[in-house]
Design a protein. Structure first.
Length: 483
């Protein structure tokens, strides 16, 4: 029906025949205006298929559109391209500038993505900072790799975030897959594999899906499941590598290094599983076990008359997680180990991920009486200003500097600078990965205090360390092998 104001209204009409009723003698029409209800229904239907923040199609509608495009591709000659776009560093913007700024950034990105494609293509949001572009099979469409490049370009333009008074620049990683015969699920899964690869290769790039990525992903998945089981079955053990005073040759401590006794693949080194443990957060229970076992062993050596400092590697996720301080406290209490015997090694990169949070965490750990070492120093991007703020006892200079020290003046100059820095800040320096006598000699010339490396000892099992401690004990003074 047309309303007096000219608008059309959706109505429901009920007609009742009362012609035989002497009081009425006619037909009664009851009319309800349903416009508001219809509008609400329409709104709800829209909401069910669109993302509330950006108003882009959500996962359900993306799947539906992809289905339709694939059907069209099969009827014609084209293919459908799916691009998974994931913003690099979105979490950082959200965490540091606030959610209002994060929302504004996502809205801007949504608009820019839409500007890159044509009307028949679909831009959707999967949630978080993940977007999808579906490119229509129309053969006149622009090639998908060009679109991927354009996406990188438009996202690279600075974004104003008035909420925070800041301008930020974001980059994205893009996984690209092309489909025709397969299912929607396969197409999107392939794009996801490619995205994973793009992120792994470093950010701000796009990667086209290849079948080998699926195999790698399956391997990774299998390893993940096995790792999950390994935690329950306690398939891990520790080796210990001694560290030395470079002038007295005394053992200054040992570093606990994890190994996985894999039921089929044999003994695996940390590089083969620690990255996966970090991604899946299994590093938290694994790290807890390492801490417990290392402290138990250190206490046992102490009791047997070979007191020796114990270093344990702590990963970025362990540091970021709330329970670390309690874990350390509990393990120290259980083992009865003197806290000063324990050193926690944290890589420079882990510390730099969130400097303010790391400072707070380190201070809390330090308050327990343990020592702190920065591992792989020189490979991250520390600023000296921060180094002063961290309560650090030891800098472990990364192996990459030591390997060049005997042959390269530049490497030697870096060591000499780091040693001087340590002296100024009252931090001990320890050189990692000493393999050759010439390297040792050079480090002694530079007055680096401690060292670790195959030249002295490889990582050893418990009896190996015990032999070592006894041999060192007899070789040097009885007070040897103290931290
Ligand atoms: P890292 O903490 O820097 O440990 C030193 C690594 O260098 C060890 O490798 C050690 O075997 C190796 N290394 C020592 N001396 C030499 C040398 O002279 N030459 C060469 N080429 N290598 C030497 P590993 O045991 O394979 O451990 C690798 C990394 O895995 C460690 O580096 C550490 O970051 C991580 N990791 C080991 N155990 C744990 C653990 O329990 N928890 C965590 N979160 N990470 C661990
Ligand atoms: Mg270490
Ligand atoms: Mg290291």
């Amino acid at each position: 029906l047309r309303h007096r104001d000219g608008s059309k209204r959706a109505c429901e009409v009920h007609a009742t025949n009362l012609r035989d009723d002497p009081a009425w003698e006619g037909i009664v029409l009851n009319i309800w205006d349903l416009s508001e209800r219809k509008a609400l229904e329409e709104r709800l239907r829209h909401q069910a298929f669109h993302d509330a923040l950006t108003d882009l199609p959500n996962r359900a509608l993306i799947l539906d559109r992809a289905e339709i495009m694939l059907a069209r591709a099969r009827r014609g000659s084209g293919t459908v391209a799916a691009l998974f776009v994931d913003l690099d560093g979105f979490k950082h913007v959200n965490d540091t500038l606030g959610h209002a700024a994060g929302d504004r950034l996502l809205e801007t990105v949504a608009g820019r993505l839409q500007s890159v494609v044509r009307a028949q293509d679909t831009v959707g949001r999967l949630g978080g900072d993940e977007f999808v572009l579906l490119l229509d099979p129309d053969p006149s469409n622009i090639p998908p790799d060009l679109i991927a490049q354009r996406v990188l370009d438009v996202l690279h333009q600075p974004v104003d975030l008035p909420e925070s008074g800041r301008t930020v620049s974001v980059s994205a990683s893009i996984g690209l897959a092309i489909g025709r015969q397969g299912s929607v699920d396969e197409l999107l899964r392939d794009a996801d594999f490619a995205l994973y690869e793009a992120k792994r290769q470093g950010r701000a790039s796009y990667v086209l899906f290849e079948a080998s990525m699926q195999i790698e992903a399956q391997d990774r998945l299998a390893l993940e499941e096995e790792l999950q089981r390994a935690v329950g079955l306690e398939q891990f053990f520790l080796l210990y590598q001694p560290t030395f005073d470079l002038y007295t040759n005394r053992v200054t401590g040992v570093e606990a290094l994890i190994r996985w006794q894999h039921p089929a693949r044999g003994v695996l080194a940390p590089d083969a599983f620690i990255p996966i443990a970090e991604q899946t957060r299994l590093i938290v229970p694994i790290g807890r076990w390492v801490l417990q076992e290392a402290c138990r062993q250190a206490a046992a050596w102490d009791e047997a008359g070979h007191p020796v400092g114990m270093s344990v590697n702590i990963s970025a996720h362990q540091l970021a997680q709330d329970g670390l301080q309690e874990d350390v406290e509990r393990v120290l209490a259980q083992s009865g180990l003197d806290p000063a015997t324990l050193t926690l090694e944290i890589t420079e990169t882990a510390l730099m991920l969130d400097i303010d949070a790391a400072t707070v965490r380190l201070k809390a750990l330090k308050a327990l009486g343990v020592r702190i070492a920065i591992d792989d120093f020189g490979t991250g991007h520390s600023s000296l200003a921060y180094l002063r703020k961290f309560p650090v006892d030891t800098l472990k200079i990364d192996r990459s500097f030591i390997s060049g020290i005997a042959s390269s003046d530049a490497a030697a100059a870096i060591i000499s600078t780091l040693v001087a820095l340590g002296k100024t800040l009252n931090i001990e320096t320890l050189a990692e990965g000493i393999e050759q006598p010439a390297q040792l000699e050079k480090l002694q010339q530079e007055h680096c205090g401690q060292g670790q490396g195959f030249l002295f000892a490889r990582p050893l099992d418990v009896p190996g360390i015990e032999d070592f401690l006894e041999a060192v004990d007899t070789r040097s003074a009885p007070t040897a092998a103290i931290r």
